[in-house]
Design a protein around this ligand. Structure first.
Ligand code: MLT
Length: 264
């Protein structure tokens, strides 16, 4: 459904009843990338998966924005839905938003599930690449990102055995608005580091890595877990950067037992 959030149309999936689980997608994706989690967890929880501004079916802002603004969008959305506290599950860029949420409203977070993400800011080399990507997106469209990203998104076994998933991921990227993606690239380039915030995270955190993830590799995620006081680290085989899509059964099992410690 579509809601007006901070004067812009935002598309969200909102299903089920119970404690709120908010799923924050990565880039260049949208809320429906969590379909395997939404279908599973909606039986016991209220699951919410927004499309960030400029992505999927949510309206773009027509100007560059920061991760702080993306976090404000999520908090305003949850106010609108009457949700005070929630479990926040973020993949990659969704994890960057999760860190901004912690800085803004720690009292609203019950727990984090952080998957295929990292706490550091971009290097100058990384920033330069993002600016280049933003220019290419505006000039040549979203297919730029298919060539650039697809080889790193999924594991070797997924490429070999799950062509349908690879095709679905490709279609999702191609369906994105290039201007929205350019804005996200700029936001990622200039996001602040969250490393200094890790030790202040005082809620339970589940960290899930994909053993073949070249974008947010297991050693980066393990180091992040080491800095968060109440964290549990797991890594899942035969998955790269899109662990919840590549290994949904394993991913859901880990999340289910993590949530069980809190809610049952
Ligand atoms: C994502 O999946 O959100 C991106 O790979 C994050 C990034 O490019 O830093």
């Amino acid at each position: 459904m579509k809601l007006t959030v901070r004067n812009k149309e935002m598309y969200i999936i909102d299903e089920g009843e119970g404690p709120a689980l908010v799923f924050l997608h990565g880039s260049p994706f949208k809320g429906s990338m969590w379909i395997n989690q939404l279908d599973y967890f909606k039986l016991s929880y209220r699951v919410i998966a927004p499309d960030f501004r400029g992505m999927g079916q949510s309206q773009d802002s027509k100007h560059p924005f920061s991760f702080e603004e993306l976090a404000e969008d999520i908090l305003a959305l949850l106010d609108n839905l009457g949700i005070v506290q929630f479990v926040c599950c973020g993949l990659s860029m969704g994890g960057y938003v999760a860190f901004s949420l912690w800085r803004k409203a720690p009292e609203r977070i019950l727990a984090f599930i952080l998957t295929n993400t990292r706490p550091d800011a971009d290097t100058v080399e990384g920033q330069t690449k993002r600016l280049h990507t933003a220019g290419n997106l505006l000039e040549h469209g979203s297919n730029q990102l298919v060539e650039q990203m697809l080889p790193n998104l999924v594991a070797a076994d997924t490429k070999k055995d799950n062509q349908k998933l690879v095709q679905d991921i490709q279609n999702m990227i191609l369906s994105m608005d290039p201007a929205g993606l350019a804005h996200i690239s700029l936001a990622m380039a200039f996001r602040e580091s969250s490393i200094q915030d890790l030790s202040s995270i005082s809620v339970p955190v589940l960290i899930v890595a994909g053993t073949e993830d070249p974008i947010t590799p297991p050693d980066v995620m393990q180091r992040m877990a080491d800095k968060i006081p109440d964290s549990q680290y797991v890594q899942i085989d035969k998955s790269a950067h899109l662990t919840p899509l590549e290994q949904p059964g394993w991913f859901n099992k880990q999340v289910k037992s993590f949530l069980k410690q809190m809610f049952q």
